[in-house]
Design a protein around this ligand. Structure first.
Ligand SMILES: CC(C)(COP(=O)(O)OP(=O)(O)OC[C@H]1O[C@@H](n2cnc3c(N)ncnc32)[C@H](O)[C@@H]1OP(=O)(O)O)[C@@H](O)C(=O)NCCC(=O)NCCS
Length: 292
C-alpha cells in the first residue's frame, strides 16, 4: 500500500483509461457516462494516479482534468479518488500538478466544488464565489406532455454566432467547441428563444449515466428560462438533473411544480483571482460542475 504523503507517479489519461475513469466517477455516484469522459479528454487534458488496491489489482485510483476555455481561464474538473485510496494526498497531488500546468500557460483556474472537494481546494488557495445547487426530477415524476404550443424552437446551425454573443459575457469566455458538442449529445434539449429577431436565450443538455442533464441555460429573464426548460422537459421523459444558480431561486417554486427536488450544493471557486468571470445575471443553469 502506498504511504500517506508519498508522491505517486502522475500519468496522462487517454483512451485506455476510459473504463477506469468511468469507475471513478461512478464510485462517487456522479452522472458522467463514457461520452462525457471522451468529451472532456478531447476538449481538455487529464491525469491520473494508478495504484494497487487491497486485492493487489492495479487500477486508476485518482483523476483530474483541465478544460481550457480559450486563453481566458481553465476549468479544473473530475477531481476524484476511489474511496479505498482517499486521504493519501492523491487529490492534492493531482490538483497541484494541474495548477502547475495552468500557471505555466498563465491561465487562472476555476472549478465547482462539492462540499468534500472544498476542503482540498481552500488549502490550495482557491476562494469561494457564488453557489448553485443540483435539482433532480425522477422519471416517475415526469409530467405528461404539456399541451401549450412551444414558445421556443430547435437550435439551428445559423444560431451559433448569436448564442456565442450572449453566452460569452454570461460565462466569461467563449466556449463554442463545448456548446457545439453538447448540442450533438442531446439534440432534443438544444433550443433557443427568439423574439423580434433577437435571441433571448438558449439551452443545451446531455445524456448521462443515470439521468439527462439540462444546462447550460442563458436567458435574459426567468420567463424566458421557464419557456426553455418547459419545452425541453416535454421531450425528456426520464430522470433529469439541472444545476440552478442560488441567486435564481425565484425559479424554484416553478421547478418544484415540474417535479424537481434539491439534491446537493456546489460552490464556484477561483484560484488567484478576485471573483468568478462572467456576469451571472444572465446565467441561469450552469453546464455542470465538471464543465462550468
Ligand atoms: C474530495 C476528494 C477528491 C479528496 O481526495 P483525497 O485524495 O482523499 O484528498 P487528499 O488526501 O489529497 O486531501 C488533502 C487535504 O484535504 C482535506 N480533506 C480531504 N478530504 C477531506 C474530507 N473528506 N474531510 C475533510 N477534509 C478533507 C484534508 O485536509 C486533506 O489533508 P490531510 O489528509 O493531510 O488532512 C475525495 O474525497 C473524493 O473523490 N470525493 C468524492 C468526489 C468529490 O467530491 N470530488 C471533489 C469534486 S469538487
Amino acid at each position: 500500500m502506498a504511504e500517506r504523503g508519498a508522491q505517486a507517479p502522475i500519468l496522462p489519461l487517454g483512451e485506455a483509461d476510459l473504463r477506469g475513469a468511468l469507475a471513478l466517477s461512478a464510485s462517487a455516484q456522479w452522472n458522467q457516462n463514457e461520452a462525457d469522459w471522451r468529451m472532456l479528454l478531447a476538449l481538455g487534458q487529464g491525469w491520473g494516479i494508478r495504484a494497487a488496491g487491497s486485492d493487489g489489482r492495479e487500477q486508476l485510483a485518482a483523476s483530474t482534468v483541465v478544460l481550457p476555455y480559450g486563453g481566458a481561464f481553465a476549468w479544473v474538473s473530475m477531481v476524484l479518488v476511489l474511496p479505498e485510496f482517499q486521504r493519501r494526498g492523491y487529490a492534492r497531488q493531482l490538483l497541484r500538478h494541474a495548477l502547475g500546468v495552468l500557471a505555466a500557460h498563465g491561465m487562472p483556474a476555476l472549478l465547482d466544488a462539492t462540499p468534500a472537494g472544498k476542503a482540498v481546494y481552500l488549502q490550495e488557495g482557491f476562494c469561494e464565489t457564488w453557489g448553485f445547487a443540483r435539482y433532480r426530477r425522477e422519471r416517475s415524476e415526469a409530467r405528461p406532455a404539456q399541451r401549450r404550443a412551444p414558445s421556443t424552437r430547435a437550435l439551428r446551425d445559423s444560431d451559433w454566432p448569436a448564442i456565442d454573443a450572449i453566452d460569452t459575457p454570461a460565462f466569461g469566455a467563449s466556449r463554442l467547441p463545448l456548446l457545439r458538442t453538447l448540442a450533438r449529445r442531446l439534440p432534443q434539449a438544444a433550443r433557443v428563444l427568439e423574439q423580434g429577431g433577437r435571441l433571448r436565450g438558449f439551452v443545451l443538455g446531455r445524456d448521462g449515466r443515470e439521468a439527462s442533464q439540462i444546462g447550460p441555460l442563458v436567458a435574459d429573464d426567468d420567463a424566458a428560462a421557464m419557456g426553455l426548460i418547459g419545452d425541453v422537459l416535454r421531450d425528456l421523459p426520464g430522470s433529469v438533473y439541472l444545476d440552478l444558480l442560488d441567486r435564481r431561486l425565484a425559479l424554484l417554486p416553478w421547478l418544484q411544480q415540474q417535479g424537481f427536488a434539491f439534491q446537493r450544493p456546489f460552490t464556484r471557486m477561483v484560484h488567484a483571482g478576485p471573483g468568478a468571470p462572467g456576469d451571472n445575471e444572465a446565467l441561469i443553469l450552469v453546464a455542470g460542475p465538471e464543465l462550468g
